[in-house]
Design a protein around this ligand. Structure first.
Ligand code: GAP
Length: 521
């Protein structure tokens, strides 16, 4: 097992052991790519959602929220293009009867070439030491040049074939590359077929009158179909945004990366409506704003990068992903898309209703252009959780497992611990809880020696431990221990609320974020 796989396994098992994430329906052996958020997971997830909501909706005078239904009129998905084009190219192996995404098989092949090149580079770096010039080596080493050229050629051909819907060529490419089924080892493949990712269901009691519906594959369309309702009732002036968070459903075929790719997941999306021609200015604005939101959480600048799309979806004129360094490498965390007027126009055409805006400044009506920011809440959870999970070697050589969650996101802010279960200490601890529970999520723990309790709270990510001891009875002071530094301080009980408030205020964190935003429109 390599380091990445090992780290990822630890993340998954820690998430279960400490009550963050369970496999759905585990007692029935689980449901693949569907997960339940457990007692701590639901708190962390709520906190991430709140942090997004506060930054995107409550801090913007011109952005409002919405919570639309998961079921939508089926024509919505015809208009949005999902019925015709929301497909994955699939291929079956005739011997193992296993189904794969054809593009993923080819991408995995390309990644193997990439890894071969990386191996050569690492070997050379070791051999040449400080004198190693990596850039030069990549350009001139015949083996590396060959691997990388082949990788690019394969990916380009696949992209071309998929764009032209030439599925026969996708199959031909798989055969030419001699890609074998990982299960049967054979190259006995079916043709490649398009498979729609939407889940279908029915509305209505009897089979004849039932209406075919889809579970929404994105939350965005609930915003588009309500554009005029919100604009008119909220008297919104362009530029303005509509945001919502909620469940989305996709029948993902390759779904083996824990909560990274799920069949039922949650999105946090915002559609920002602008004057046509001004969309690229706003696209740059939202790229910077969104990156700053991520950086404000302190997960490390080096863990983020933009991936600007060269090939755009048919409705977009600019698109970029914010990629995050997950335990399995850099992958898409959030998408920022300039969607032109595609969606509103398509809904106008299919519904026969006008979805336009009268702009008093230019004295004309138009269909606004849209910048979308779209982030998966579950992926954000994985980004936060996997980065926070750390194995530290302490000065005395012992190890501690600590979940260094950003304090504003931590499920429980403080654990109140009586040193012993007698002498009136539990009663004082309970009184502190009574005092703090209106402002923070706090818990009581009296089981085991104090050192073990500290370690348990470190592993579950609680930023503060407050210990009540015999001295407390004399002078009304307690020990506050900080999770990250393990520093301990003696403070007055009556100061606790102010100390914790100062550290866990989302407002303060967001204020700092605003100070770092340079982009002005
Ligand atoms: N409205 C645009 C849209 O849905 P997308 O790139 O398909 O765009 C946006 O999805 C975000 O939703 C992604 O960046 C990702 O974070 C999240 N997402 C997409 N599919 C997902 C899945 N199967 N499981 C978990 N998150 C997913």
């Amino acid at each position: 097992m390599n380091n990445q796989e090992d780290k990822f396994k630890k993340v998954i098992s820690h998430a279960k052991e400490y009550g963050y994430i369970f496999q759905s329906s585990e007692i029935y052996d689980g449901l693949s790519a569907v997960y339940d958020y457990a007692q701590n997971g639901v708190e962390l997830k709520n906190n991430i959602r709140n942090y997004w909501w506060k930054a995107m909706v409550q801090m913007h005078e011109n952005i409002v929220g919405l919570d639309t239904a998961i079921f939508m009129h089926p024509t919505t998905w015809k208009a949005s293009g999902h019925v015709d084009a929301f497909n994955d190219p699939l291929i079956d192996n005739k011997d193992s009867k296993k189904r794969y995404r054809a593009d993923v098989l080819i991408e995995d092949y390309a990644e193997k070439l990439n890894l071969k090149a990386k191996k050569e580079i690492a070997k050379a770096a070791k051999r040449f030491g400080d004198a190693f010039n990596e850039e030069e080596f990549i350009k001139t080493n015949p083996r590396v040049v060959k691997y990388l050229a082949k990788r690019d050629e394969v990916l380009k051909r696949m992209a071309r074939s998929l764009e032209n819907e030439d599925l026969a060529d996708v199959k031909k490419l798989i055969e030419e590359l001699e890609i074998a089924c990982p299960v049967s080892g054979s190259r006995n493949w079916t043709d490649v077929k398009q498979f729609n990712l939407m889940f279908g269901t029915k509305l209505g009691a009897s089979a004849d009158s039932a209406m075919d519906l889809y579970l929404r594959p994105e939350t965005a369309q609930g915003i588009f179909v309500n554009f005029s309702n919100v604009q008119k009732t909220g008297r919104m002036k362009i530029p303005f945004g509509i945001a919502q968070t909620g469940k989305a459903f996709r029948n993902e075929i390759v779904a083996r990366q824990f909560i990274f790719r799920m069949r039922e997941f949650e999105q946090m999306e915002m559609q920002f409506f602008v004057r046509p021609g001004e969309e690229l200015k706003w696209y740059e604005y939202w790229k910077e704003k969104r990156l700053n939101w991520h950086l404000s959480l302190g997960l490390g600048k080096e863990n983020y990068r933009f991936h600007d799309h060269e090939k755009m979806a048919h409705y977009a004129n600019a698109a970029s992903d914010i990629e995050f360094n997950f335990p399995f490498g850099f992958k898409e965390l959030e998408g920022i898309h300039s969607r032109t007027d595609f969606d509103l126009k398509a809904h106008e055409e299919h519904s026969g209703k006008k979805l336009q805006y009268f702009d008093h400044e230019v004295n004309k009506s138009y269909v606004p252009y849209v910048i979308e920011t779209s982030i998966g809440l579950d992926r954000m959870f994985l980004a936060v959780f996997s980065t926070a999970l750390q194995n530290e070697v302490l000065e005395d050589g012992s190890e501690r497992i600590v979940l260094k969650l950003p304090v504003i996101l931590a499920p429980t802010k403080a654990a109140i611990l009586p040193l012993v279960k007698k002498d009136g200490l539990p009663e004082i601890a309970r009184k502190i809880i009574e005092d703090l529970k209106y402002d923070f999520n706090v818990i009581y723990d009296e089981k085991d020696a104090i050192g073990r309790r500290y370690r348990r709270q470190d592993a579950v990510g609680t930023p503060f431990c407050i210990t009540v001891d015999h001295e407390t009875k004399n002078d009304e002071t307690v020990t506050i221990r900080y999770r990250d530094s393990m520093e301990q301080k003696r403070v007055k009980i009556k100061e606790l609320k102010a100390i914790i408030s100062k550290e866990v205020s989302m407002g303060d964190w967001l204020h700092k974020m605003e100070l770092h935003t340079n982009y002005k429109t």
